[in-house]
Design a protein around this ligand. Structure first.
Ligand code: PLP
Length: 416
């Protein structure tokens, strides 16, 4: 990376914090003192309100209410009520989002539903550099069903690969590794012109930037509850089905809670109207509760302001890496232009894993993505601008002292 001309100082960043309308929101999160947390793209920080709400649900609703709480406290409705909150964040209408299972399972559900809705087409077009699990699911579907034809194209060539044999395009709005934004409106329109459906993975965009699924005529989408939505480790995922498709699409999993009348205990499955048919088994109330409480914090802030600050933070970070770490072999693998990237920056270095560990030892927490990518996310709700300076100063110190050489940092953990 080459240094830019104008020098950015720590005072410049402190001045931005004084003006920042989102700065007070940080108090709503629990963060260990001294830690600069640049991994909210992987596991969002803990909103304080989650602690109180979870305690209330465990101690009072479960402890005292027992089974009565399914009705008295609306537990049974959580997949939809929490889904309606997520709908507001991604530009969907109430009744278009449901919270259930994991992102991966939801990809399976919606991809199968889309294939069933396009029986004359067997093509599934995948982004070759998508998060691998998305493509693994497609491979699994191909191996279970007859005659499914998987095609792969790079993100840049995806639009051109759509033709009238494609039933479904499966792609990520923001690439998990590079942070590059995919042309969601353009690809959606192109798929529709060819008669295909599109399933968008919003794991790296929901809650951190405007997505506008309805304005962009998105058919199907999924996303994670534990990244920017701050629902906690392993929080349930969500799925979106546009209202116009809801009666047409049938899930592959005929769950009893997706039945039109679950408590009629009929011998045969009948789909519930609308989005509810995609629900399967009993919702995990504790996980949904944490996600529900976290969403209340997110819904209080203006998403456009979140995006503006996310751009400012990541721009400052890149500028500072160019300025302070030049000559250390760190290559930017994210778009330099902030309008082309989501909320993360990746730097490539052959010692990426050990550098990441050395940074964590200095209380700057990012993560590592094989083969050699250091990944940093910039959650505007709990980061200050000055954190960018302090994080890059730590990175510079790690690089100058070659701290990655330490054997403790070279030992690869299972989770990276
Ligand atoms: C883009 C993307 N899609 C899907 C997943 C998988 O989500 P889950 O493990 O919750 O199914 C992840 C996880 O990090 C992801 O980043």
């Amino acid at each position: 990376m080459t240094p830019c001309v104008a020098k950015l100082t720590r005072d410049d960043l402190l001045a931005l914090d004084v003006e920042d309308p989102l700065a007070p929101v940080r108090k709503r999160f629990c963060l260990p003192k001294g830690v600069i947390y640049l991994d909210g793209n992987s596991l969002g920080a803990l909103p304080r309100t989650v602690i109180e709400r979870t305690r209330e649900v465990v101690e009072h609703q479960w402890g005292n209410g027992l089974i009565r709480s399914w009705t008295a406290h609306g537990w049974i409705d959580l997949p939809r009520t929490v889904g309606d909150k997520i709908a507001r964040l991604v530009g969907a209408r109430a009744g278009e989002v449901i919270v259930t299972d994991s992102t991966t399972v939801n990809i399976f559900r919606l991809a199968c539903a889309a294939l069933r809705a396009r029986p004359d087409r067997r093509g599934v077009l995948l982004e070759s550099d998508n998060f691998p699990a998305d493509n693994y699911i497609a491979e699994g579907i191909r191996d279970w069903l007859d005659n499914v034809d998987l095609r792969f194209a790079s993100a840049a060539k995806l639009a051109n690969a759509i033709d009238d044999s494609v039933a479904l395009v499966l792609a990520s709005h923001v690439n998990y590794r590079t942070g590059r934004i995919q042309d969601l409106p353009g690809i959606t329109a192109q798929a529709h012109d060819a008669g295909a459906l599109v399933l968008w993975d919003l794991a790296h965009s929901a809650g951190i930037m405007p997505v506008d699924v309805d304005t962009n005529d998105v058919d199907l989408a999924v996303g994670c509850g534990y990244k920017y939505l701050c629902g906690g480790p392993g929080a349930p995922g969500f799925l979106f089905v546009a209202e116009r498709l809801q009666e047409e699409l049938l899930p592959p999993l005929y769950g009893w809670l997706g039945h039109a009348e679950p408590f009629a205990f009929e011998p045969k499955w009948r789909p519930a109207p609308g989005i509810s048919r995609h629900q399967c088994g009993t919702p995990g109330v504790l996980g949904m509760t944490a996600l529900d409480a976290a969403l209340d914090v997110l819904l209080e802030v203006d998403l456009a302001a979140v995006r503006r600050k996310s751009v400012a933070l990541s721009d400052a970070f890149v500028t500072l890496v160019e300025q302070e770490c030049d000559g250390h072999g760190l290559a930017l693998d994210s778009p330099r232009d902030a309008s082309e990237r989501g909320n993360q920056i990746v730097l490539r270095h052959s010692e990426g894993y050990a550098i990441c560990q050395a940074l964590i030892a200095r209380n700057v927490i990012g993560d590592f993505r094989a083969p050699e990518h250091l990944r940093f996310g910039f959650s505007p709700l709990y980061l200050w601008h000055v954190d960018m300076w302090d994080a890059v100063a730590a990175l510079r110190d790690v690089m100058e002292a070659r701290e990655w050489d330490h054997p403790a940092f070279q030992r690869r953990a299972y989770v990276t």
